[in-house]
Design a protein around this ligand. Sequence first.
Ligand code: BYC
Length: 336
Amino acid sequence: MATAVGSVGADAGDSVGGGADSGTEYERAFDAAVAADERIEPRDWMPDAYRATLVRQIAQHAHSEIIGMQPEANWITRAPSLRRKAILMAKVQDEAGHGLYLYSAAETLGTGRDELLDKLHSGRQKYSSIFNYPTLTWADVGAIGWLVDGAAITNQVPLCRCSYGPYARAMVRICKEESFHQRQGYELLLALSRGTPEQHAMAQDAVDRWWWPSLMMFGPPDDESQHSAQSMAWKIKRHSNDELRQRFVDICVPQAESLGLTLPDPDLRWNEERGHHDFGPIDWTEFRNVLKGDGPCNEERLTRRRRAHEEGAWVRESAAAYAAKHTPGETGAIRA
Ligand code: BYC
């Protein structure tokens, strides 16, 4: 970050407090660093609202990664070959890893994982709407990879340039792994699409069910997005929800053609004047219902997550006991 603020450690930042003293030299230095495209780091001064926005978005993202493990894990035991099973297990493990990088990024802002998980489990924080849809057939694993990971990459590549350093750096690795995920989904769907008529129909059915929910992943339309303007001013988000949604549609149309599959939208067509594809209306009522908790799988996902957390309590306790035993005490000795 800018040298003017780089020297401001937590103590100085705390004493400024971030809210009451707006227009201070800290705030001016923060604004200048953001304007100059420099990274804000954990010990730099930052406005309280900037910190809260980051915690909110990073938490939503981390929760999405770990809840996102569930719909795919549903198919690990039924993957059609050992190769497919190994690939799917690696992918689901990657999602767990992404959750960990992101919870760690949130910790650098002073919010611990326990607090965030508690908010997820009590329904006070969100996770992506997409994971409230069921995975009914094996082709859904392909559609998730192609469309859901594809949408995630479109959304997340610009986050590699997010103004907050730890989040931006976590996103670099996550995006590399998501690219693999997207390709495995595409390759899986291609194999089905070129397979028997039944397999082709199964791939088409999966795309029909996942297309519209994938478009909802980008969030509400710009004129209803409450956080976009401020997040873009702070360079947390680099593009609006609608811009990224449009980019995703433009990427998917030729890929669907190569797959030999159709996107379920009769209004989808190239608009020469705009240089983009026009697409049909999104069902925002469905989106709002899913966010409210009334999607097809909301209850199932949260119940399973809470249960996994409770059943994993002994692992956390053992890890903490082990860490305490092996942490050097004041004398520097490791306790037996
Ligand atoms: N689902 O003002 P807005 C993945 C919420 S991929 C649920 O536009 P913002 C994965 C939003 O949080 C998915 N909630 O907000 C992929 C806000 O609620 P609060 C995760 C949504 O933050 C494959 C409210 O609606 N990726 O992990 O400017 C396999 C107002 O919206 C949704 C990310 O999260 C939604 N679709 O923009 C496994 C990327 N859309 O906080 C895993 C990072 C909106 O006021 N996140 N909301 O209660 C972002 O880029 C942004 O948070 C969003 C929303 C674009 C999602």
